[in-house]
Write a new protein. Sequence first.
Length: 173
Amino acid sequence: MTAGRLAAVVALAALAASLAWAAPGARLAWAAPVDDEAVRAVAAELRCVVCQSLSVADSPSETAHQMREIVRERLAAGETPEQVKAYFVDKYGPWILLAPPRRGFGLLVWVAPFAALFGGLVVVALVVRRWSRRPVRPEDSAAPIVDEAMRARIGREMAEMDRESRGSGGVGA
């Protein structure tokens, strides 16, 4: 084989390899296989840009399918799940993450519910404590206090009602 032919074969092989590498999905054929669970785990943490209420793993949209393939390609290329998520954050912003980051202002989203729950429990405990320690005052009791003058008046009025009921032949007669 002459040097010219050898150079042409090598150039043709290099061209074929570069075209195969540039073709969609070609990287998957050459890269190490990636577990579907690994792809799903990363995709479950990313928000679908079409559905917005679903993760990329759960969304049926074509865009989510393409994003899952990007996740698969990047994992197959040797990137870590954090690097893959960082790629999407760089491209779409922190909004793309379903769970806000646990630092900075995002930490407030993680801490605020627990702080509110703790504050509510403290308020309930204080109210219950105040109610249980409040002394019972005589005016709060169910039976009113009756003095001797009131007893005498009640007795007179009952006797008068008794006389009226005997004199008229009974109630309702």
